[in-house]
Design a protein around this ligand. Structure first.
Ligand code: HGY
Ligand code: MN
Ligand code: MN
Ligand code: MN
Length: 407
């Protein structure tokens, strides 16, 4: 039986680590907050009777034995966050997976397959602008050069890993790759409004939209705000704002694609100085890759035209490009059966948000279970999912795992 009181008290306890003054959570990878949070989750894994270890890149893994030679069933999610994020995005999945295995142990239920719960390193990409480091390593797609990316203080991922106690070289990186995996299952909050609109607490995920993250910089001329006539300026912020408005217009014309400018930096950023340089990020997504790439091309073309017309330099770099991924049909069926068994109407929906499972595309079949988000709010301290829905999510995970184990 799922012990929802235990799950929710663990969620509360974990949310205190990296808590912000307005009740949100900021917990970036390879920081002391995250190390503290990992130690707490490792304790929960031990209480659940799991064997606990860290892999070469710092993924926290709790393992449960199975029959020799059978492939592993992976469960997981993440505990790192966006800046001032909510306390449910990630931890609901990690703690539900631990709760399911603890319930199985308490009931003396043995499974044929070995099972591992993974708290993946740096799913969000908040600190280095490059996400899903842990799941890429497990998929075997993380390259040493990916770790040269730096945070805003110029610290590279590799250095941060070293400082956090995970010194890495190419040979060690290989040890994080998992070969014999039967499936990956993740419970996650929906972060949208579909389940709420359908008045259900849980849902089956059909696929995950793939994000492209670009960084754009436009270079004009920093000059005196008072002494420079309007006709003689190269104002980088005016050019950037024209491009950013067009980002929204183009995305609106290409549903279901979405595009967001989430970060922007102006320099020299003075009241009386015409902005010389502006740098910003663009996050473009769709479950339809062709559509997404069409939006990207249209945005880049407009940016190039704008820079040229205003005789400015435009620099574009790609931070990450992850293809959309479909969830495995068979696993979706098992999830839908499990949802029906707990007496809930089955709603299936795509995920606009990215998740670790997408790193396993064409390698490991994946399934995802969504838990209702109240008002669809996420990446915000007001993020909220109710205990009764989290309990349903854990219950569906429990049942789906048992079904999968018999396949
Ligand atoms: O960006 C995302 O979609 C996820 O929250 N990492
Ligand atoms: Mn997130
Ligand atoms: Mn997440
Ligand atoms: Mn078009």
């Amino acid at each position: 039986m799922i012990n929802i009181e235990r799950l929710m008290s663990r969620l509360e306890e974990l949310s205190k680590i990296g808590k912000t003054e307005d009740g949100g959570v900021t917990r970036f990878s390879f920081t002391k907050e995250e190390a503290e949070a990992n130690a707490l989750v490792a304790r929960y894994m031990e209480e659940a009777g799991l064997t606990v270890e860290y892999d070469a890149v710092g993924n926290l893994i709790g393992s449960r034995e199975g029959e020799e030679g059978l492939p592993v069933i992976l469960l997981g999610s993440h505990i790192d966050t966006v800046p001032n994020g909510g306390k449910f995005d990630g931890p609901v999945g990690v703690l539900s997976a631990i709760e399911v295995l603890q319930a199985l142990n308490e009931e003396g239920v043995s499974l044929r397959h070995p099972v591992k719960v993974i708290s993946f390193k740096d799913e969000e990409g908040s600190r280095f602008g490059f996400g899903m480091i842990g799941s890429r390593a497990v998929a075997g797609t993380l390259a040493m050069e990916d770790l040269e990316r730096t945070d805003e203080r110029g610290v590279s991922i590799l250095q941060a890993m070293e400082e956090a106690g995970f010194p890495l070289d190419a040979a060690k990186l290989q040890t994080a790759k998992m070969d014999k995996v039967k499936a990956y299952l993740e419970v996650h909050i929906e972060q949208g409004k579909v389940l709420e609109r359908n008045n259900v607490g849980v849902g089956n995920v059909t696929g995950i939209a793939g994000p492209v993250w670009l960084k754009m910089k436009v270079v004009g001329e920093a000059e005196h705000a008072g002494a420079t006539p309007m006709g003689q300026r190269k104002d980088a912020l005016v050019a950037a704002s024209m491009i950013i408005q067009e980002v929204e217009k183009i995305a609106r014309m290409h549903p279901p694609a979405v595009a967001t400018v989430g970060k922007i930096a102006v320099s020299p950023n003075g009241v009386n100085v015409i902005p010389g340089e502006v740098e910003w990020t663009i996050d473009i997504r769709s479950t339809d890759e062709k559509r997404r790439d069409e939006v990207e091309r249209a945005i880049v073309a407009f940016a190039e035209r704008t820079a040229e017309e205003r005789d400015m330099r435009l620099e574009i770099s790609e931070l990450q490009r992850v293809p959309p991924v479909g969830c495995d049909e068979r696993i979706q069926t098992l999830i839908q059966e499990s949802i029906a068994e707990i007496g809930s109407e089955t709603v299936s929906l795509p995920s606009g948000a990215g998740h670790d499972g997408m790193q396993f595309k064409d390698r490991i079949p994946i399934g995802m279970i969504f838990v209702r988000s109240i008002d669809g709010i996420s990446h915000n301290p007001r993020e909220l999912s109710l205990a009764e829905d989290i309990e349903k999510g854990a219950e569906v995970l429990y049942r789906t795992l048992l079904k999968l184990d018999r396949e």
